[in-house]
Ligand binder design. Structure first.
Ligand code: SF4
Length: 361
């Protein structure tokens, strides 16, 4: 069944392009999951639908103080490496290896960079790798490189091999981390050869999964394949309204990830970026959710941190130095630097209902 007609897709994608929002892109296995969800629910408010298709309020619900780039990725891109490298921390850099993802997530926090890239094609990958390696080669303090995107596991095996070899020969990078959602959208990209390559270079993978029903057998098989090859797997995800904003959903997801030895490092407060309102949750409810998670699960969840990514790095509840309940302005402080955050208004908050969020029962 089609949930949205080709004309509606075209209309949304045209609007999305004008607003720097990602167009609809749903890989076939995920489409199948959404179909199963629709058959169970009989309506289109399900969590998996919300991940990849626009809901009615997707472009209409706005809040004050939304910005295109809350974490200021753009201002931390060195000269000549615009949309290619983000260097925010002294010892760590993030290489946007590709602007391609196997599917598009409606809530994506990097919409701005990706949609911007899509309007301005990147130079060929080899050229970008040359530039990044030249930059890293001159900075011995950078010892950790995060490969992100887009999804780094969309790049061809031969290029991935060459990148890893050159990182070892031409830079001081000792730790490579990959952030990937392809394990959900297109797990078949992780062949035995890819797993073995990643294991050989002692890569860490942070799996991005937002709902327990996204963990299907092909993904489980791939995680096991990676681990057998020596890859260390972790996870991280945002808490999103109407997708996973209930303690039972978070518990189910954490239990599945724990069974896969891929415990989350961070749970993210959604960035207040443009057109993010349909996924945001007020801070008080987020804090309550995470407290409830800690209180109702084993102590193995207590290490999972709820964080807000910010222009000065990740900040947490204990970093709040002021909170104006009237205006919703919250100030976090890290290493003497303030981060001003405008909370999502409680009156716009419609929490996800458990029967919809966990429709398999
Ligand atoms: S896969 Fe990641 S980068 Fe791509 S759209 Fe989804 S969240 Fe954004």
């Amino acid at each position: 069944m089609t949930f949205i007609t080709p004309v509606q897709v075209k209309l949304f994608n045209e609007k999305a392009k004008a607003l720097n929002v990602l167009p609809i892109k749903v890989p076939p296995p995920y489409q199948k999951l959404v179909q199963e969800e629709y058959a169970a629910l009989g309506h289109l408010d399900g969590p998996l639908y919300r991940v990849v298709y626009p809901t009615a309020d997707r472009l209409d619900l706005r809040t004050a103080h939304e910005v295109p780039d809350f974490v200021e990725d753009q201002t931390n891109m060195p000269e000549g490496l615009s949309n290619v490298l983000i260097h925010k921390y002294a010892n760590r850099a993030l290489f946007l290896v590709t602007d391609k993802c196997a599917g598009h997530c409606m809530y994506c926090f990097r919409q701005d960079v990706l949609s911007d890239i899509q309007g301005n094609p990147l130079p060929p990958l080899e050229e970008r790798i040359d530039r990044v390696l030249a930059y890293l080669g001159k900075r011995p303090e950078i010892t950790e490189l995060i490969l992100s995107g887009g999804d780094p596991l969309t790049i061809p095996f031969r290029k991935l091999t060459s990148l890893f070899e050159r990182l070892g020969q031409e830079t001081h990078v000792t730790d490579i981390r990959i952030h990937s959602r392809n394990l959900v959208f297109a797990p078949s990209v992780v062949s035995e050869a890819v797993a073995s390559l990643l294991g050989q270079h002692q890569v860490r993978i942070y799996i991005h999964v937002v709902h327990p029903y996204e963990i299907e057998e092909p993904m489980v098989a791939v995680i096991k394949r990676l681990q057998a090859a020596g890859v260390r797997t972790y996870s991280q995800f945002p808490i999103l309204r109407g997708i996973n904003d209930h303690v039972q959903v978070l518990t189910a997801l954490l239990r599945k990830l724990d069974a896969l030895r891929s415990n989350p490092i961070n749970l993210f407060i959604p960035d207040p970026i443009s057109y993010s309102a349909s996924f945001r949750v007020p801070l008080k409810r987020l804090f309550r959710l995470v407290d409830e998670l800690y209180w109702t699960t084993g102590s193995w969840t207590n290490g999972v941190r709820l964080v807000l990514d910010s222009p000065v790095g990740k900040v947490r509840r204990e970093d709040i130095v002021s909170w104006d309940e009237g205006t919703g302005q919250v100030v976090f402080q890290r290493q003497g630097k303030n981060v001003v955050y405008h909370d999502f208004p409680a009156e716009l908050d419609k929490p996800g209902e458990l029967a919809t969020l966990l429709w398999r029962g």
